[in-house]
Each structure stands twice: as structure tokens, then as C-alpha cells.
Design a protein around this ligand. Structure first.
Ligand code: SAM
Length: 333
């Protein structure tokens, strides 16, 4: 198999009908991980009652939220409607966070429509009891050699805090070596240059992340059928920076289950929600697949191979280089 064997699972109704009988969760149900206590809930993130049933009074030290961006790769709503909906899931998030905690929100900006919903979302966040800490831009790095399609390559990551949460700075180091010499300081009567005085040979990610490869079908972590999967490296950077071992982490938009997998690998507990039973099942299977094989995704295979080995007539044989793999890339051309 060369390319992603499953088409976008939110769009292909025939395939969804075939897969739904194999999905463990129906709307409003919660899966409890028997081994480490992670939870996956098939609920609407904006439903405060459902969210409080999931958290059952536990408070998280970190939330990583990656909602649909309200741009063309998703169904687009009027920005005010998107904000009214966001207000609900943000309120549910904040009421589930501990007194010293961090909230990260991924968003895009539609450059063909006044950069909605990023601008409105930032203004909305002013009405919540959080501090703004950083506006991070992640550059979606693709493999070199793709020359056919020009693409928007940025995704925004808003970072807020409640109280005074931990921040583990060692999580911030990239594997990009420091190469710039340039400024000097006298230390003990001797002139030393910056590289000599620094604590690491590598640069920190800072608020422009340029070291993360966008997920596409050739990568081990690829989960085909998913259209908005975040790179594990990006999520692990956040988890390591803003939580500790055994902490509880929330993610209300599970999709390919990247936050759950990051928490499993980094020994945190994760409560995650997802409104679509198919993506709930993929989230659970990705965890189980990792535990049984050590693999972080399915690369050229897919999560439902046992039940649906033959997808002839359903699979779209597109060249994955032209398939939007993330909202930023697909929506903002
Ligand atoms: C951008 S994707 C999240 C990607 C995820 N971070 C990953 O790495 O795989 C957004 C997900 O939110 C889900 N979703 C949309 N509306 C929702 C809602 N009201 N409650 C919970 N999940 C929702 C969609 O089905 C989709 O799977």
C-alpha cells in the first residue's frame, strides 16, 4: 500500500456506516482505561454536565485544546457562532483545571476572511480568569521536494495560565544546534562569547517552532482517516513543559488521540473527549496499538484493518502530497 488507505472519516458516509458497529463508544459513553486510568468520552465538549461527569471532581494541571478551526478544512460557521460555542468549552475547561495550571489552544486564522476566528477568540479569552503567556506559531514543516503546491504553513498556539503553574524549561530545547556567535561579555576579566557561556549547545523552541515535521502518510505516526492530526512531537513538548509525571491532562478534541498517546508515553493520565464515535474508537485503538506493538501510528496501514481488510471501492487513491493533512495547510491556500 503506497498511500493513506482510508479517506477522511468524517466525510465518507458509506465507510462510516461500515465502521460504526466496531466503535465501542456511543454518544454519552465513557471508556475507562483499565491499566492507567485514562478516560475517553464520546461527548460534546460544550456540554458542561457531560464534562463534569467525565472529570468527576478531579482537576487537571494542563489542558491542550485543538478544536475545529472554523476554516475550510472543517465545517465553517459564522465567527460569532463559533465564539459562542467556544465560550462554553473554554468555561468547561477552566472549571476542570487546578489552581495552578496551563491551557494551550491551537487555532488557525482564515486569511480570506479577516483572520477569523483567531482575532475573535483572543478577545473572548479576556473575559476568563486566565493570564496570557505566549502566542506560539508552529511552522508546518513538510518533506523537501514537494514543488507542486504552495501552502500556508503556520498554525497558532495560544498559551494561558491559571495561578503559577510549573514550566519545565528543559522541555523547550530543540535538536537545532546553536550556530550564531555574536555578542560578548567580560566575565572575570576575560572576554567570553555567547556560545561559551550558554547552558546548552541547542536552541530553545521559543515562540516560533520550526523543528516539527507535519504528519503525512509516510510517517510512522500517521493515522489514516484523520485529517487534522497534530504531530506527537508538538504535543509532547507541551506535556513535558507544563505538567509533571502522574498529573492529569485534558484534551476535549481527541481526533487521532495524540494527547492521550503523549500522556501514555510520558506517564501522565489523560481525560479526553471527542464528539464522533469513530474518532473515539481510533483514539482508544491508537493507545492499544502502542501498548501491543510500540508503534505510534499505522503509517501505510489503518486502525480498522482487522474488520475491514478490503476497502476497494471506498478508498480514494489520491496522491497524499495534495491531500490537506492539517487545517492550516488545507484551508488557507
Ligand atoms: C482539529 S481535530 C483535533 C486533532 C487532535 N489534536 C489530534 O492530534 O488528532 C478536532 C476534533 O474535534 C472533534 N469535535 C468537533 N466538535 C466537537 C465537540 N463539540 N466536542 C468534542 N469534539 C468535537 C472533531 O470530530 C475532530 O475530531
Amino acid at each position: 500500500m503506497k498511500n493513506s488507505p482510508l479517506p477522511r472519516l468524517d466525510k465518507n458516509h458509506e465507510l462510516r456506516e461500515r465502521l460504526l458497529p466496531y466503535c465501542r463508544l456511543k454518544p454519552s459513553e465513557i471508556w475507562l482505561d483499565p491499566r492507567l486510568g485514562h478516560k475517553v468520552a464520546c461527548i460534546d465538549a460544550a456540554d458542561s454536565h457531560a464534562v463534569s461527569q467525565l472529570t468527576a471532581g478531579e482537576r487537571a494541571s494542563l489542558a491542550i485544546q485543538d478544536p475545529p478551526y472554523n476554516v475550510a478544512a472543517f465545517s465553517v460557521r459564522d465567527p460569532s457562532e463559533f465564539i459562542a460555542w467556544s465560550r462554553k468549552w473554554v468555561a468547561n475547561t477552566i472549571s476542570s483545571l487546578s489552581n495552578n495550571s496551563s491551557l494551550y489552544v491551537w487555532l488557525g486564522a482564515d486569511q480570506t476572511n479577516h483572520f477569523q476566528p483567531l482575532a475573535e477568540f483572543i478577545l473572548m479569552m479576556r473575559s476568563f480568569p486566565v493570564r496570557s503567556r505566549s502566542l506560539i506559531t508552529m511552522r508546518n514543516q513538510r518533506g523537501y521536494g514537494t514543488q507542486k503546491n504552495w501552502m500556508a504553513v503556520r498554525q497558532e498556539l495560544l498559551y494561558y495560565t491559571v495561578g503559577v503553574p510549573q514550566f519545565n524549561v528543559e522541555a523547550e530545547y530543540t535538536d537545532i544546534p546553536k550556530i550564531l556567535r555574536g555578542y560578548y561579555k567580560e566575565v572575570g576579566g576575560r572576554r567570553q562569547e555567547n556560545l561559551e557561556r550558554s547552558n546548552s549547545d541547542f536552541i530553545r523552541a521559543g515562540n516560533v517552532w520550526v523543528d516539527i515535521q507535519q504528519v503525512f502518510y509516510r510517517m510512522d505516526e500517521n493515522v489514516s482517516g484523520c485529517y487534522a492530526q497534530k504531530p506527537l512531537k508538538a504535543i509532547e513538548r507541551i506535556v513535558r513543559a507544563s505538567s509533571g509525571v502522574d498529573d492529569l491532562v485534558l484534551d476535549f478534541f481527541a481526533h487521532a488521540g495524540t494527547t492521550l498517546l503523549a500522556c501514555e508515553r510520558l506517564r501522565r493520565r489523560c481525560f479526553t473527549t471527542e464528539v464522533d464515535p469513530v474518532f473515539c474508537e481510533i483514539t482508544i485503538r491508537r493507545l492499544e496499538h502502542f501498548r501491543t506493538t510500540g508503534r505510534i501510528g499505522w503509517q501505510n496501514h489503518h486502525p480498522f484493518e482487522k474488520e475491514c481488510p478490503d476497502l476497494k471501492g471506498i478508498t480514494e487513491e489520491e496522491d497524499a502530497d495534495t491531500i490537506p493533512q492539517s487545517p492550516a495547510q488545507g484551508a488557507l491556500l
